[in-house]
Ligand binder design. Structure first.
Ligand SMILES: [Zn+2]
Length: 169
């Protein structure tokens, strides 16, 4: 018996947008799993950001909001993101654009305000495999001095798999 794929569903989760669904797939490819489960939760209570991400031990890590390429920080209400950062004490990373290397911008909201990460992107350390969001020329937080790379096999394959999740037409 074949089970038809349901548009908008990934890992049993129904996403509001295919872009969010693609990011969930990209997170799986880039970050792997923690304790047999994904390293993300979609719209976790109580504040319901788009994603909460976990570290490899399953501990709370960062909060992620997804916007499409129409996002314009100058003309968008960003109070919600700063508010979540204040309430949780954690950074909120906003990924705006397409789910593809070089086609999204990264903004970070902390309790004291918002800023853009210069050429921010998901990058991997070629020394230890640590994956996180870094600015251009960023150095791994585990391997002092090793520069991280946005185009490793793991990251490119993760985005490629995500891009294959198509919206209902
Ligand atoms: Zn490293």
């Amino acid at each position: 018996m074949s089970i038809p794929a349901v548009p908008g569903v990934y890992r049993g989760v129904l996403f509001r947008s295919n872009l969010e669904r693609q990011w969930a797939r990209a997170f799986d490819g880039m970050l792997g799993e923690a304790r047999g489960g994904p390293r993300w939760i979609y719209e976790p209570p109580p504040h319901r950001p788009d994603f909460e991400l976990f570290d490899t031990d399953g501990k709370p890590w960062i909060i992620v909001e997804i916007k499409n390429d129409a996002f314009d920080i100058e003309h968008s209400p960003v109070h919600r993101f700063t508010s979540i950062a204040k309430k949780t004490g954690r950074s909120v990373f906003l990924l705006a654009g397409n789910c593809w290397p070089g086609q999204y911008s990264v903004f970070v909201f902390s309790a004291d305000g918002a800023r853009i990460i210069n050429e921010g992107a998901w990058r991997e350390c070629r020394g230890c495999g640590y994956v996180s969001i870094f600015g251009i020329g960023g150095k791994c937080r585990n391997c002092i001095g090793i520069e991280v790379d946005a185009f490793t096999d793991r990251i490119v394959e993760a985005f490629d798999a995500a891009s294959k999740l198509r919206a209902r037409t």
